[in-house]
Design a protein around this ligand. Structure first.
Ligand SMILES: [Zn+2]
Ligand SMILES: [Zn+2]
Length: 330
């Protein structure tokens, strides 16, 4: 599938800045036309005709021959049709600004780290996520103490109250997200949260034009353990926060948290990816394409650290020499 411009025939993409479909060739907005191929499996570019081998799981990408943005019909159909999507809210220029603001004080970063030449290679990716709804029922029983001490005259008193604590909690979690992409590191994708669900929309394929996208690599049941862990962890913290202020807490062994899945949805969420290569090592940065939250570690330029160290040494040497001169003078 490819989106073309009704006006000039150029490739039409979704522009986060305009929140509209946009043609960079003639500047027209929302004048898109969808071309869907009859082929059951995409093997050639519908725009330039070049034969293409599409990386596993990729459902939207840029043709390496004509640079047009293509969408792989069969990878967003049937079981792979996403239910929901958060469209990109931040475009590449917004993300460049966010990175420059965030890292402007990183004086030891290599010179080209925030250069246009490097940042222009950033990719906007729709990452596949499963979202789970849970009904959680938690029971808690235990004993705890509250101790009060005070002095009256020359006597010290201690009062120990022992409490039997009982909690019975029911809580519903809506759309607990877990990424379903093998190449995306799980812990980093967890750090991309929170996404604001106010912008979650019913899936429309035009949002993929201009970006990369993946179909889910793992099924809803396969990934569920991670979602259950998140829901249980959150439920336990809620429960714990209601049992504050006791000492010597003894929990009953019968306590439990039961998690029941009530629904699940397949969603695509927007993430920018900047792969900065420095001295044969890749430093990956991930930026939430909706909120601008950045995850990544800046490399240190050895040259800059040495230059700074050198300046510092020279400074100290000068001070010492001056002191020495003063002492000699005396
Ligand atoms: Zn056009
Ligand atoms: Zn092409």
């Amino acid at each position: 599938m490819i989106y073309t411009c009704n006006n000039c025939g150029g490739n039409m993409v979704y522009s986060p800045e305009r929140q509209k479909m946009f043609c960079k060739y003639c500047g027209s907005e929302d004048s898109e036309q969808k071309y869907v191929s009859n082929e059951p499996v995409m093997s050639a570019c519908p725009s330039c005709g070049a034969p293409i081998e599409i990386r596993e799981y990729l459902s939207a990408f840029k043709c390496p021959y004509c640079d047009n943005h293509l969408i792989v019909d069969e990878r967003i159909a049937g079981d792979y049709l996403p239910h929901l999507i958060i469209p990109f809210y931040l475009g590449i220029e917004d993300v460049k600004k966010i990175l420059r603001d965030k890292f402007k004080r990183s004086v030891f970063a290599p010179n080209d780290f925030l250069s246009d030449a490097r940042l222009n290679f950033m990719t906007g990716m729709y990452v596949p996520f499963w979202m789970y709804d849970y009904h959680v029922h938690g029971f808690y029983e235990g004993t705890g103490k509250k101790i009060r001490t005070w002095t009256s005259g020359n006597r010290q008193y201690t009062e120990t109250k022992i409490y039997r604590i009982k909690r019975d909690m029911e809580v519903d979690f809506d759309k607990v997200p877990v990424d379903a992409s093998i190449i995306m590191p799980d812990s980093t994708m967890d750090l991309m949260e929170p996404f604001h669900y106010g912008n979650l929309e019913e899936f429309k394929d035009c949002y993929l034009s201009g970006f990369q996208a993946e179909m889910y690599n793992m099924g809803v049941d396969e990934l569920e353990e991670r979602a259950v862990c998140k829901a249980k962890g959150d439920a336990e913290s809620i429960m714990q926060s209601s049992i504050n202020g006791y000492t010597g807490l003894v929990n009953d062994p019968s306590n439990k948290v039961m998690v029941e899945r009530t629904d699940s949805k397949y969603a695509l969420l927007p993430v920018w990816n900047y792969q900065y290569v420095y001295k044969n090592q890749t430093y990956p940065f991930y930026i939430n394409g909706q909120t601008g939250k950045v995850v990544g570690k800046v490399p240190l330029s050895v040259k800059k650290v040495w230059a700074y160290g050198g300046t510092l040494c020279m400074g100290l040497l000068l001070v010492f020499t001056m002191i020495y001169q003063i002492f000699r003078w005396l």
